[in-house]
Write a protein of this length. Structure first.
Length: 164
């Protein structure tokens, strides 16, 4: 049976660590995680002191390292799934908030602006027309377009401030 004296255990660690680390690294592909896996195996071995025959120690250590690496990989996968789900929920929440703000803005526009104000905003912002293009389509001057936009934005800001 395996001898758990401090001296023998340290020697086992020094002899076995490089091979265990290489195997762990090939599985988890991260140096810190590989070190953690090997250290965890030795910690559990020291604390549990399982009855292992001397000729089975190497196989035991490699199997335990493999299992610890599988545990790390499962934890990573769960963490990624949780992060993905959180990201989806956050994006959905942001989309809902954006949609709500757009509905509120549209309601403010519908309730507080004249038809001409709404048409100027629609051409300039939705259709992405310049002031000159908007003026040409509506048969008004560019300064009138500017006045409609300035007055409309001020009404919207004022109304949204009061509503908040």
């Amino acid at each position: 049976m395996m001898d758990y004296s401090k001296q023998r255990f340290e020697r086992l660690f020094k002899v076995s660590y490089p091979h265990m680390y290489r195997m762990a690294f090939s599985m988890v592909e991260d140096a810190d995680d590989a070190k953690d896996a090997v250290h965890q195996v030795f910690t559990l071995l020291w604390k549990g002191k399982p009855q292992i025959s001397d000729n089975s120690v190497r196989g035991y250590l490699l199997a335990a390292t493999r299992n610890q690496c599988l545990h790390i990989l499962r934890q990573r996968q769960l963490r990624r799934q949780m992060e993905d789900e959180l990201l989806r929920q956050t994006e959905a929440s942001q989309n809902e908030e954006r949609e709500e703000l757009l509905r509120e803005l549209q309601q403010v526009i519908d309730d507080n602006l004249t038809e001409q104000d709404r048409r100027v905003l629609q051409l300039h912002y939705d259709e992405e027309m310049t002031y000159q293009e908007t003026a040409t389509v509506l048969g008004i001057s560019t300064s009138a377009v500017n006045k409609h936009i300035t007055r409309s934005l001020e009404k919207i800001r004022k109304t949204l401030r009061i509503a908040k």
